[in-house]
Each structure stands twice: as structure tokens, then as C-alpha cells.
Design a protein around this ligand. Structure first.
Ligand code: AMP
Length: 341
């Protein structure tokens, strides 16, 4: 019997609950400091206790996973805490495409894949001296928006960067990525692509709540002007959103373009869950600043099923359960190699 394993963080509860509901054994790789938290949940069958998630690369951990025929579900914590080389060296079968996670982590590769998928993107700015409009300055990897900042020109960029360096938030030799700021309604569009039936499903939309950029919006301009704090975009939680139905056709097109592009540039393509992240402007035009090539934590709001999945499935279907269903179907039809790497 196949089992489902994941790291104890991000969306692990949803993933393992979904797996349990599908009748699969569930395994959590758990940091010792979080044992008490995860012990509260009866759907976790086995916990592999570690001091650091990197131990997932150790023989001991991989042996336990192998003995259990485990499929490892990658999520944001795996991408944030491990290098691409480390992820690619994992021997346990990884759900989806572990090779595409490098394209998520590396800003230049990310931009290349987004262009290949014809996603409308904000313009990148190559040098601080070329900042002409409001920009957002980002760090590499899945930093969750921590240490990001906005700048209006080169001088503004330098003073904020220096301030963050002196506060120890970013390091002096870090390469920062500058992109035009796109204003509008935030929308994080989650999809699932199944290589088994070659179909793309639209799962749902979430919004992220980010501190302290959101907190800043709650105080009057007069106080904002007096503050010399550099607001960051650290994700605190998520909330649901549904789109105007007239936008759905374009949403599916973007998802399909992404799947097609991923097939061309990074075999075996974009299998499993992924998210296209961006904003809708005043003309309902979408600009995408980011993608995640695996399950996103925003799917946690739909543990009981999303509005769009209730249109596709006559049962409650979370993203965690959808993943487990795919693993189960592939196991039964001897096609695990098609959905894992
Ligand atoms: P990211 O790491 O790219 O997902 O960015 C973290 C957060 O920064 C996003 O959730 C947005 O709130 C914000 N953000 C990133 N890029 C842009 C952009 N080009 N324009 C406006 N907001 C952005």
C-alpha cells in the first residue's frame, strides 16, 4: 500500500487529512519542537522525528519512507528550506515534478517559464538606477514576502536596502530582484493538472494577508508619512475569493498555457497542483508576478472543498484529498511513475 508523507508545516494537516480520507497511510516528518502540536491530530499515523527538515535527505529517513512506499508531497516549506540540489537528490518519489521546483526558486528561470507561458507580467527592472515607476524589491526563493520592500527611485531603493541590512533582515551580498509594482485586487489562482487523464482543473482563488503592508493601509496617511519603518509582505494567513464568472475562461487559458509551457521546458511538466499569482487591475486585466509549482498554503481555506471543486466533484474535495486521489488512482493502475519524479 502506498502512503503519503510530508513535512510538518505549511499545509501538512490538510494533505494528511485528505490522504487519510482516501484510506492511505499518513506519515509526518516532524521537527521535535512541533511534536506536541501534531500529536493533536488523530489522522497522522506515523511521525518521523527530526531536528531539522534537512534530515529528510538522510538515509535513515529515506529508508523509513521507502519501507512505507511513501510518496512525498512537496510544499512551500520544502522549497524554502532546501536548495534545488537537495530537493533533486531526494530518493523518495516526490509528487508532481521536483525538477520544476528549481524554476520556482530561481528568479531568472521563473521569469523565463512565465514568458514561455505567455503570462502577462510586470516589467523587471535590471538596475536600481533604472527605477522610474513604483517597484517592489524581492528576495530569492520562497521567502514568503519577508524582507520585500517598495521603492520609488534609486535613492529610495538604496536607503531602504541599507536600512534592512542594518536591521539584519537582508544581507549585504544578497541579489535582489526588482519588478514594477502592479496595483489591483490580489488573486492567487490554484489549479491541478492530472497527467493521468490529461485534464486541467481550476481549484479556486485565495488572497494573502501580509503584514505589515496591510497594517499600514489601516492607518491614516498623516501617520504613515511619519513612520520610517520599511513595510514588508510577510504572509500571515489567507482568505477565500470567488471571481466574476466572466473571468473564468481566461483563468483556464492561463492555466492551460502554463501546463503546455512547462511540458516544453521542464519534463515531465506541471503535474499536480500549482498556483498563478497576481493582481486584477481596473480593467479586470490580470498581471502575474509569481507562480508556485506545488500546493500553496492558500488551499488550506478549502479543507472542506472549494466553490469551484464543488462544481467538478459531487463530494467534498480538498487539494490534499485530490492529491491523495491521484496517488491512489495511479497506484491501482500501476502508473505511479507518471505522477512522481
Ligand atoms: P511573491 O513572493 O512574489 O509571491 O510576493 C509576495 C507578495 O508581494 C505578494 O503576495 C504581493 O502582495 C506582493 N507582490 C509581489 N510582486 C508584486 C508586484 N509586481 N506588484 C504588486 N505586488 C506584488
Amino acid at each position: 500500500m502506498t502512503s503519503i508523507a510530508t513535512l510538518g508545516s505549511h499545509c501538512s494537516l490538510q494533505v494528511l487529512k485528505g490522504a487519510k480520507d482516501e484510506g492511505l497511510k499518513t506519515i509526518l516528518v516532524c521537527e521535535k519542537k512541533r511534536e506536541k502540536l501534531y500529536k493533536r491530530f488523530p489522522f497522522i499515523d506515523e511521525m518521523i522525528m527530526v531536528d531539522s527538515f534537512k534530515e529528510v535527505l538522510d538515509q535513515k529517513c529515506q529508508r523509513i519512507l521507502e519501507e512505507n512506499n511513501a510518496v512525498l508531497i512537496p510544499h512551500g516549506t520544502l522549497v524554502a528550506q532546501m536548495s534545488s540540489e537537495e530537493i533533486e537528490s531526494i530518493k523518495t518519489p516526490v509528487f508532481g515534478n521536483k525538477w520544476i521546483l528549481r524554476w520556482e526558486s530561481d528568479r531568472e528561470m521563473k521569469e523565463k517559464l512565465m514568458r514561455e507561458a505567455k503570462l502577462p507580467m510586470p516589467e523587471p527592472v535590471t538596475e536600481p538606477s533604472q527605477i522610474e515607476k513604483l517597484v517592489i524589491v524581492k528576495r530569492q526563493g520562497a521567502a514568503g514576502g519577508k524582507g520585500y520592500f517598495m521603492a520609488a527611485n534609486e535613492e529610495d531603493y538604496n536607503s531602504k536596502r541599507n536600512q534592512l541590512i542594518s536591521e539584519g533582515v537582508i544581507s549585504k551580498d544578497e541579489t535582489l530582484y526588482i519588478q514594477e509594482y502592479a496595483a489591483g485586487v490580489l488573486a492567487y489562482l490554484t489549479f491541478f493538472y492530472s497527467p493521468l487523464n490529461e485534464e486541467l482543473e481550476f481549484f479556486g482563488v485565495d488572497q494573502r494577508h501580509e503584514s505589515d503592508i496591510e497594517g499600514l493601509g489601516r492607518i491614516p496617511a498623516e501617520q504613515q508619512m511619519k513612520s520610517n519603518k520599511v513595510p514588508s509582505f510577510n504572509v500571515i494567513g489567507n482568505s477565500p475569493l470567488v471571481l466574476r464568472e466572466s473571468l473564468l475562461d481566461e483563468v483556464y487559458k492561463m492555466g492551460e498555457n502554463f501546463v503546455e509551457a512547462a511540458k516544453r521546458v521542464v519534463a515531465p511538466g506541471m503535474n499536480g497542483p500549482f498556483c498563478i499569482e497576481g493582481v486584477y487591475d481596473e480593467n479586470a486585466k490580470f498581471t502575474s508576478f509569481e507562480f508556485s509549482a506545488r500546493i500553496v498554503a492558500g488551499s488550506n481555506i478549502y479543507m472542506d472543498g472549494s466553490p469551484y471543486y464543488s462544481l467538478l466533484f459531487n463530494e467534498t474535495m480538498s487539494m490534499g484529498k485530490r492529491i491523495a486521489r491521484e496517488v491512489k488512482t495511479a497506484t491501482e493502475s500501476n502508473q505511479l511513475d507518471k505522477i512522481t519524479t
